[in-house]
Ligand binder design. Structure first.
Ligand SMILES: *[C@@H]1O[C@H](CO)[C@@H](O)[C@H](O)[C@H]1NC(C)=O
Ligand SMILES: *[C@@H]1O[C@H](CO)[C@@H](O)[C@H](O)[C@H]1NC(C)=O
Ligand SMILES: *[C@@H]1O[C@H](CO)[C@@H](O)[C@H](O)[C@H]1NC(C)=O
Ligand SMILES: *[C@@H]1O[C@H](CO)[C@@H](O)[C@H](O)[C@H]1NC(C)=O
Ligand SMILES: *[C@@H]1O[C@H](CO)[C@@H](O)[C@H](O)[C@H]1NC(C)=O
Ligand SMILES: *[C@@H]1O[C@H](CO)[C@@H](O)[C@H](O)[C@H]1NC(C)=O
Ligand SMILES: *[C@@H]1O[C@H](CO)[C@@H](O)[C@H](O)[C@H]1NC(C)=O
Ligand SMILES: *[C@@H]1O[C@H](CO)[C@@H](O)[C@H](O)[C@H]1NC(C)=O
Length: 372
């Protein structure tokens, strides 16, 4: 009996004989290949490399799936999931802010046991993202899912059904903020989980505080809505109260009215008017109010300390002392003020120190972390 090696030998031999039996076919295939190559690369007098890059690498777009593809999974996740919302990509569908990409990457790395959803609210039916390095970074994590939300479908069957038809947010100057403020609470109400703004870094595994439903105090008697964790059972009691308030008191004119400024009254109403915890961590029913340092170790007044070289030690010390679960980097603050410096990869600012650990892939694809 022949051994395997001989079998292979004879196979190759047979194949060669078969092929040489059809020299005309071979020649025809060869000519066809030459024609295809010529048509693709030479007819338009273009350099083959440029043509390839242009078509296949530089201008690809990535078609998003709807949130619906994950609906079953989100409903059954036992609230162990993280949500980000982007509500202003209608004009230019490009993930272009490295700090936002960093936040999503950080959430996925710090919490490999959780699914991370980045939802893009849209008013278009054909939803694509421009393909770039940042998109590749996010797609390289199996637990990151980028989906689009059609608001009529997303609110369908919820308390907020028809909300976006009744209130035409597209005419509001605060369309981006209000859509986000409302959809984040609706998301937690529907599926349960943790919501974070795109300028929040998750630096502590959420499973360690899995049982806790919480909102974060920003100032003494004022809550933030940048980070909220509400599960689908106990936490839902609070999101129900919140959504009822939104429906009753929706205010199209003030940018914080339906978000940051609504958490506090919703909390008071949920707690039957119990006194606010005032700076300290407090509790009401099963809802925890974290003292601001757990969520905002550096407050917005000092936000620039993240980005300046001289403050690294002070900021890092603060992170350790406060035992923060999150770092809020106050993206919005970067739009104000007139200090114009750039944050390069080689910077030793606190932000870069943290980013290197929590979003290394984003760092790899970024030269400048701060515009202006
Ligand atoms: C990508 O292709 C579309 C359609 O061909 C074109 O309108 C658009 O300008 C291109 N974008 C870039 C960045 O080349
Ligand atoms: C979209 O944003 C990217 C990144 O900021 C920029 O390079 C591009 O020119 C923008 N495109 C349009 C059409 O504004
Ligand atoms: C979607 O929103 C953008 C930005 O507000 C607007 O320019 C565009 O006309 C809207 N498209 C539709 C179909 O409503
Ligand atoms: C949203 O979904 C509804 C129902 O499927 C559809 O009629 C509507 O056109 C969609 N809106 C957009 C902007 O795609
Ligand atoms: C809302 O849900 C109902 C029942 O599931 C469905 O028939 C309807 O098409 C949905 N509407 C939208 C806008 O998704
Ligand atoms: C507030 O009052 C209602 C009605 O009395 C009660 O069901 C609920 O448990 C109270 N909530 C808290 C947080 O004490
Ligand atoms: C801009 O810089 C000037 C000069 O340093 C300062 O007086 C002013 O307060 C700054 N404005 C803001 C908005 O930071
Ligand atoms: C950091 O990188 C920037 C841009 O590449 C460069 O201009 C600058 O000199 C570098 N700074 C240091 C301290 O290496």
């Amino acid at each position: 009996m022949k051994n395997n090696y001989e079998n292979i030998e004879s196979l190759i031999k047979n194949k060669t004989i078969t092929l040489t039996k059809y020299p005309k076919i071979l020649a025809a295939v060869l000519i066809l290949c030459i024609i295809i190559y010529y048509t693709l690369f030479h007819v338009k007098n273009l350099n083959p490399i440029e043509e390839l890059n242009f078509n296949f690498f530089q201008n690809r777009s990535y078609k998003l799936e709807s949130f619906k593809v994950d609906e079953e999974k989100m409903l059954n996740a036992n609230s162990k999931q993280i949500f980000f919302l982007e509500t202003h990509l209608e004009q230019n569908r490009t993930l272009s802010n490295p700090r936002q990409v960093c936040s999503v990457e950080a959430a996925a790395r710090t919490n490999p046991d959780m699914e991370v959803y980045l939802f893009l609210a849209t008013n278009k039916s054909d939803v694509v993202l421009n393909h770039n390095d940042f998109l590749d970074v996010l797609l390289s994590y199996p637990n990151i899912h980028i989906r689009y939300i059609n608001t009529s479908e997303y609110t369908n069957g919820t308390k907020l059904q028809n909300f976006f038809e009744i209130h035409d947010l597209s005419k509001s100057p605060h369309r981006i903020e209000h859509t986000s403020d409302i959809l984040r609470i609706l998301t937690l109400n529907k599926y349960g989980g943790l919501y974070m703004d795109l300028d929040v870094l998750s630096i502590f595994p959420i499973r360690m505080i899995d049982k806790i439903n919480f909102v974060c105090l920003e100032r003494s008697t004022h809550f933030s809505n940048a980070i909220i964790k509400l599960d689908k059972i106990e936490g839902k009691k609070f999101s129900d109260v919140y959504l009822e308030k939104v429906m009753k008191d929706y205010n199209p004119d003030l940018w914080a009215a339906n978000g940051p400024d609504m958490v506090t009254p919703a909390f008071l109403s949920f707690c039957n008017g119990t006194e606010l915890p005032l700076e300290k961590t407090g509790q009401c029913d099963t809802l925890t109010a974290w003292a601001n340092q757990k969520c905002f170790p550096i407050m917005f007044g000092s936000f620039s300390k993240f980005y300046e070289d001289n403050f690294k030690d002070e900021v890092m010390k603060k992170f350790h002392e406060t035992g923060s679960f999150f770092i809020h980097i106050w993206n919005k603050m970067l739009a104000f003020g007139n200090k114009s410096y750039k944050l390069y990869k080689n910077s030793t600012a606190a932000y870069m120190e943290v980013a290197k650990v929590f979003c290394p892939k984003t760092i790899e694809k970024t030269e400048i972390f701060r515009r202006k």
